[in-house]
Design a protein around this ligand. Structure first.
Ligand SMILES: *[C@@H]1O[C@H](CO)[C@@H](O)[C@H](O)[C@H]1NC(C)=O
Ligand SMILES: *[C@@H]1O[C@H](CO)[C@@H](O)[C@H](O)[C@H]1NC(C)=O
Ligand SMILES: *[C@@H]1O[C@H](CO)[C@@H](O)[C@H](O)[C@H]1NC(C)=O
Length: 604
């Protein structure tokens, strides 16, 4: 047997140590040192019984206690206590006793912690190995609840199928049975309560705990305390068993690949990193819970591939349903090659009851056309959006520009005298606006002929007749809306009636409402609307509307007859709009129109 293999078998980790003593006697053989075995490390609770097993015998095919004895071997124990640097031979005492390959601690004391060495020796050969003993003080032991018994040894696990029965034995009980001078006494605990439990579906039979019918509520940690007697001393140790419920074996226990499905196709891009996820259900099997999930490429496992550095597999548990596990295995392929498309990439699962394999279908991503299509669509959308925004912002300007090019001058098609008849309530705030602002701009800046009854009528005529005739001779009736506009018997009401009459008689008159100040919807406005008279409503917006380039004037000009202010009036207005400085705008208007700007000055 090669020493290397032995090293592995014995789980030796520590380096070789110097040979223990005996150097004085030249007849003594050199002792072969196996170092320290990590597997054989032992934890015992302070005050409880425990034991060390010489790890040389943990593989009977190498060292067998019975045959070693017949070859004249002696088993000797030494210890190197924490804080000391001399190994001391252990003599049999009432507290530390040797029994075959074991050293019993009856009970363990806190200062027993340290390194222990067992040495197997006859006249011609010698081997030894070390292990560690840790005696835990009671205060050091971690518990999830204060009512739980203290345990120094790692818990064992037990799985019980639901609705089925099982007998639970206390671990290491048989060792106590061999050592004890009486029949050991076992006490069981679950959920902080000591046996007997609240119902008799779990019953103690001798030292064991019998589950008659397993249900979910019976899961969790169980503790058993074994009490026995040796050399007149009462000794005890406690063990923990974690009990889990599992599905009965009658349920299907075969592994199943959940994804990829038969139809699923992975889209991959050569040159990039490709991740293929495979999911499988691996049911728990009581007798042999081992399972495996792995990827193969052309039937070879990843480590057997010539280009294995590009392939990685990563398994993770997605779900654990009473130990039936859903596992995801992700195959990561770095720098995916076009040749990989034709390789057979299989995801495989296996457990005790069966196995399965599913090939991952791959298809190359058709990237270029879709990018171009996307770009084209995107550009079109952006352009449309841009046009929409331009139209929303500049529709008035566009309309004016269109009219200045293609609109017909109504002067050539009718025989009317005035472009605009302005109707307003006398002695109101609006009168000031009409006389100083509206009139001035319409006449001087925009070149319309304006009729204002109080100014243009000749004294002497009948007011009614004259009003009717003036309105009939105008192309537009501009009504400046104000709260008292249509009051009974006013001149304004007369003008409005004249206008409506004209329209009703099929005259070419159009009514434009101008709202100087926000007013409640007047009843007559509503009536006009109901009469289906085409009404345009233009709102004056205070200082914002003073500039000739403001929305108010543009709206108004759209409603008024086509008139070219000057040869390039509209173009000039468009240009004005794009300039921000008020001063330069006023300057340009002054240049454009010969008369001084009394209107704006007085308005400001
Ligand atoms: C150890 O050897 C003896 C006889 O040499 C044999 O009877 C016994 O079964 C062996 N023990 C083991 C555990 O192999
Ligand atoms: C000592 O043990 C070895 C086997 O481990 C055996 O071959 C040898 O004969 C024994 N020597 C004596 C003196 O008994
Ligand atoms: C790969 O999986 C398919 C089923 O998808 C199977 O027919 C084929 O035999 C598998 N190949 C290998 C090498 O396991």
């Amino acid at each position: 047997m090669a020493p290397f293999l032995l090293l592995l078998l014995l789980g030796v980790i520590g380096g070789r140590r110097a040979v223990v003593s005996q150097a004085s006697d030249p007849t003594e053989p050199m002792c072969y040192d196996w170092g320290e075995s990590s597997e054989a490390a032992v934890s015992v609770l302070d005050g409880e019984a425990g034991w060390l097993s010489c790890p040389l015998f943990s593989h009977p095919s190498v060292y067998n206690y019975t045959s070693a004895q017949s070859a004249g071997h002696n088993l000797l124990w030494y210890r190197l206590l924490d804080g000391h640097d001399l190994e001391q031979p252990i003599m049999n005492s009432s507290r530390l006793s040797k029994d075959r390959e074991r050293l019993w601690l009856q009970p363990a004391a806190a200062n027993d912690s340290g390194q222990y060495i067992c040495m197997l020796r006859n006249k011609s050969s010698c081997s030894k190995i070390a292990m560690r003993l840790t005696v835990l003080r009671r205060a050091e032991v971690l518990r999830s609840a204060d009512c739980e018994p203290l345990v120094a040894v790692a818990a064992t696990r037990q799985f019980i199928p639901m609705q089925q029965g099982k007998k639970l034995d206390c671990p290491d009980l048989q060792d106590a049975v061999k050592m004890s001078e009486i029949t050991p006494n076992v006490t069981w605990y679950h959920n902080c309560s000591r046996y007997p439990f609240w119902n008799n579906e779990r019953q103690q039979r001798g030292p064991s705990l019998q589950f008659h019918v397993m249900i979910i509520q019976y899961q969790g940690p169980y503790f058993c305390t074994v009490q026995f007697q040796r050399r007149g001393r009462t000794l005890q140790f406690t063990r923990r068993i974690d009990v889990s419920a599992v599905y009965p074996p009658s349920f299907s226990r075969e592994p199943r690949i959940l994804s990829p499905t038969q139809e699923q196709v992975f889209t991959v891009r050569p040159g990039s990193e490709v991740r293929l996820a495979c999911r499988a259900l691996l049911p728990f099997i009581l007798d042999d819970p081992s399972w495996d999930m792995w990827w193969t490429v052309d039937g070879k496992t990843l480590d057997k591939l010539p280009d294995h550095h590009r392939f990685f597999q990563n398994n993770s548990v997605l779900k654990n349903d009473f130990e039936d596990k859903t596992i995801e295995s992700v195959l990561v392929i770095h720098d995916f090659q076009s040749e990989d498309l034709s390789r057979e990439l299989n995801c495989s699962v296996r457990n005790e009851k069966g196995s399965g394999s599913r090939r991952a279908q791959l298809e190359e991503e058709v990237s270029l056309p879709s990018v171009e299509l996307g770009c084209g669509l995107g550009v079109t959308l952006v352009l449309m959006l841009l046009l929409f925004v331009v139209y929303q912002v500049f529709w008035l300007e566009l309309l004016l520009l269109y009219r200045s090019w293609f609109g017909t001058d109504e002067r050539h098609t009718d025989d009317k005298e005035y472009d605009v008849y302005i109707s307003y309530a006398r002695n109101s705030e609006e009168e000031q606006f009409v006389l100083s602002t509206l009139r001035g701009v319409l006449e001087n800046e925009l070149g319309y002929s304006v009729c204002i009854f109080d100014r243009d009528s000749l004294p002497g005529g009948t007011i009614t007749d004259e009003t009717l005739s003036f309105v009939a001779r105008s192309r537009r009736l501009l009504v400046v809306v104000s709260p008292g506009y249509a009051s009974q018997g006013s001149q304004a009401l007369l003008e409005l009636k004249a206008g409506i009459n004209d329209m009703a008689l099929g005259g070419h008159l159009r009514v434009i409402l101008v709202q100087y100040k926000p007013v409640q919807r007047e009843g007559w406005v509503r009536e006009l609307r109901r009469a289906r008279v085409a009404l345009a409503l233009v709102r004056w917006q205070g200082d914002k509307s003073r500039e000739l380039t403001s929305r108010f004037w543009k709206r108004l000009r759209v409603e008024l007859p086509v008139r070219r202010v000057s040869s390039s009036g509209d173009a000039a207005l468009m240009r004005l709009h794009s300039q921000n400085s008020t001063n330069s705008q006023t300057g340009l208007i002054s240049n454009m129109v010969k008369e001084p700007q009394t209107v704006f000055n007085s308005a400001a």
